[in-house]
Write a protein of this length. Structure first.
Length: 418
């Protein structure tokens, strides 16, 4: 595969040829190369989402009239990431003062996996277009467009061999396709979807990259790199300062590192099965965040987290403000006297998911055991903990009944300055 910079191409550009006369693939601007739908806009991708006009969901912006540029829309600071799903279903078993809104933002409404209307007031501009002219190892033309609900069967087919059939995209497809604050994109060749990716603003200045999948029949053709470069270009033009992502796939690691992403943190998975008979840890009030941060910032091993909270759904900078935000979401657990804490994230399965530990000794072990009690109280299977290799809490995890969920594979969080 030849390597060259991605450049924005003019409408209706023709396929180029290299020095050997072989036709290269080109990325096509689909909005500018197809007739407009009645009324000058695409038909809505979905309908019936409460509080949102259907046309606003997954809508492509059409090209401007000749001689005029598309007006750029400023972005407002984005609110917090999606509240945790499935976790906390048995909150009624604990006193309401401790368990109220466990893992959920107060007032959040869910409808078929979608968040309430207006949760993301603004985000990446939604376009049906191609992002440049990177040469691919194929003679076909690659078109990038928003994912439609009708693409579900094809996308599920693409993901069926990912992680031995345990890919999370089938579970979040409906939520992703109806999220007007992010770009869920499909790449087509000859009308067939061959790849997908998602770009999601999740904090001021930060954009999260996720869901890059290429059909097994179209791999090793440069499609993944072309789509990644397109996403980086889009985020840079929108004024974000950094793109972050999480992966544990070795080919993906090589792709991201070759594109200039730097590794922030490495993590391994620990697992503790649920246990009956005890009380879950206390959920602190957000006003306790400054004191908890003072403890956490001085905790041994905190430097191994690379200055971030390694949430695999969107890693944010780690500071007192982040602790306060997580406390408001009900995603902080503290030990006796505030001498240890665990930060939770949205789980990918029937488990309690922990992204960060701080503290040591008896206080931390009490938190770790209480998390296993919490999993049982909520009817979940186990607790998973992400921990950097060599962290002092490894001894506390073993002493609290945890072991490696997968000792052979690590997960990584990467970042690219835009």
């Amino acid at each position: 595969m030849q390597s060259c910079d991605v450049r924005r191409r003019r409408p209706r550009s023709l396929p180029r040829e290299d020095g050997k006369g072989r036709e290269r693939a080109s990325l096509r601007d689909d909005a500018r190369n197809r007739p407009a739908a009645p009324g000058g806009r695409d038909p809505p991708a979905s309908a019936g989402w409460p509080g949102c006009e259907a046309a606003e969901v997954q809508r492509a912006l059409h090209a401007p009239p000749p001689g005029r540029r598309r007006t750029r829309r400023g972005l407002h600071p984005l609110p917090d990431h999606d509240p945790i799903h499935e976790h906390g279903r048995s909150a009624c078993r604990q006193p309401s003062a401790l368990r109220s809104g466990l893992g959920r933002r107060r007032g959040a409404r869910h409808h078929g996996g979608a968040l309430e209307a207006g949760r993301y007031g603004s985000g990446l501009r939604r376009r049906r277009r191609a992002f440049g002219g990177r040469a691919l190892e194929t003679t076909d033309e690659l078109t990038v467009r928003p994912v439609r609900p009708a693409d579900e069967a094809r996308i599920l087919e693409i993901t069926k061999d990912v992680w031995e059939g345990r890919d999370y995209i089938p579970r979040v497809f409906d939520r992703w396709v109806s999220d007007a604050g992010a770009e869920f994109q499909a790449a087509e060749i000859d009308g067939e979807v061959v790849a997908v990716q998602r770009i999601r603003p999740y904090a001021p200045g930060l954009v999260w990259y996720e869901g890059l999948r290429v059909a097994s029949t179209h791999r090793r053709r440069g499609i993944a790199r072309a789509m990644l470069d397109a996403a980086v270009e889009e985020a840079r033009q929108q004024g974000f300062r950094e793109m972050r992502l999480a992966t544990r796939d070795r080919p993906a690691v090589e792709l991201f590192e070759s594109a200039g992403f730097r590794r922030l943190v490495e993590m391994r998975w620990w697992r503790g099965l649920r246990v009956e008979g005890g009380e879950p840890s206390r959920i602190p009030d957000p006003s306790e965040a400054p004191r908890l941060w003072s403890m956490a910032s001085a905790s041994k091993g905190i430097e191994l987290y690379g200055g971030i909270c390694p949430d695999m759904n969107g890693a944010r900078d780690l500071d007192a403000h982040e602790l306060e935000r997580l406390a408001r979401e009900g995603l902080v657990r503290v030990g006796p006297g505030g001498r240890a804490l665990a930060l939770l994230r949205e789980p990918w399965g029937q488990n309690v998911a922990v992204s960060l530990l701080a503290g040591s000794g008896g206080a931390l072990r009490e938190v770790l055991l209480a998390l296993r009690f919490e999993a049982d109280a909520d009817g979940l299977k186990h607790v998973t903990v992400n921990l950097p290799p060599g962290h002092p809490a490894e001894d506390d995890l073993r002493a609290s009944g945890y072991d490696f969920a997968d000792a052979e594979r690590s997960a990584y969080i990467y970042a690219l300055t835009l």
